[in-house]
Design a protein. Structure first.
Length: 256
């Protein structure tokens, strides 16, 4: 059995790849065997040898110690910096919808304890002509449960003005679709943050039921994991959040 985590965002360019890579590194430090999967990437470069190079996919692959090969990490790569279906259309082709899900199977052969999956754009962004990211997550969860794996949804959000609306609306929509988000990573992406960064974490904890499991507190900084504070005297809330984040960061106890 593997623990599968689908990392999505409140939007594009919110630091999903950075946070996912840092999470992978942290899990490996905890002794986990970690696989990485990015079902599709757009905005790829074309190398002189004709190879399509995805910065995001390569970043994840390197963070995980280069398991398998880059084609297993990201089997569908397109050039135009558009949504995957639009990028594929500019090349006269389509994203292979079923391949998005089926490409996960090669990471679930017993070689890995955890598989981190990075989506494309926000949770309700198109990932193919037929599916939004949420649809792919639902399909992956169904397949995972049929094959004895756990599957959970993680959300990355930028620590800036407006994040409250984006997190609350995304989380409520995900729950309504039957895919509740089990953990939030708040990511500081601006070198000159606005005043909301002083209160965003507190306000999110007040208004949103998602456990905040980690944060990046300055651009390009380390992943700060909220853990361990109530390990000796766990509160009911700590127990609930731990149950919701089973196996995450090697059974770390999370707190708000």
């Amino acid at each position: 059995m593997a623990s599968l985590y689908y990392v999505t965002g409140t939007d594009t360019e919110v630091g999903k790849t950075y946070c996912t890579a840092k999470t992978v590194e942290r899990m490996m430090e905890c002794g986990q065997r970690v696989g990485v999967y990015k079902p599709v990437a757009s905005g790829c470069e074309v190398r002189p040898d004709g190879e399509r190079y995805s910065v995001d996919a390569t970043t994840l692959w390197q963070a995980a110690g280069r398991p398998k090969n880059i084609d297993a990490v990201c089997p569908q790569r397109f050039i135009a910096a558009l949504s995957p279906p639009r990028s594929a259309a500019k090349e006269g082709t389509q994203v292979d919808t079923r391949r998005l899900r089926d490409g996960l199977a090669v990471w679930c052969d017993g070689e890995f304890d955890v598989v981190m999956i990075e989506g494309a754009g926000g949770l309700f962004s198109p990932i193919s002509d037929d599916w939004l990211n949420i649809d792919l997550a639902i399909e992956m969860k169904r397949w995972s449960e049929q094959n004895g794996h756990s599957f959970e949804l993680l959300l990355v959000a930028p620590d800036r003005l407006g994040v409250l609306h984006h997190v609350i609306s995304t989380s409520r929509a995900a729950a309504a679709a039957g895919m509740p988000i089990i953990g939030l990573i708040l990511n500081r992406i601006d070198d000159f943050p606005d005043d909301s960064t002083q209160t965003n974490a507190e306000d999110l904890l007040h208004w949103c039921a998602i456990p905040m499991i980690a944060s990046v507190q300055h651009p390009g900084g380390p992943l700060v994991v909220f853990s361990g504070a109530n390990r000796d005297n766990p509160t009911p809330e700590t127990s609930r959040e731990t149950a919701g984040c089973v196996n995450f960061f090697n059974q770390t106890t999370f707190r708000r």
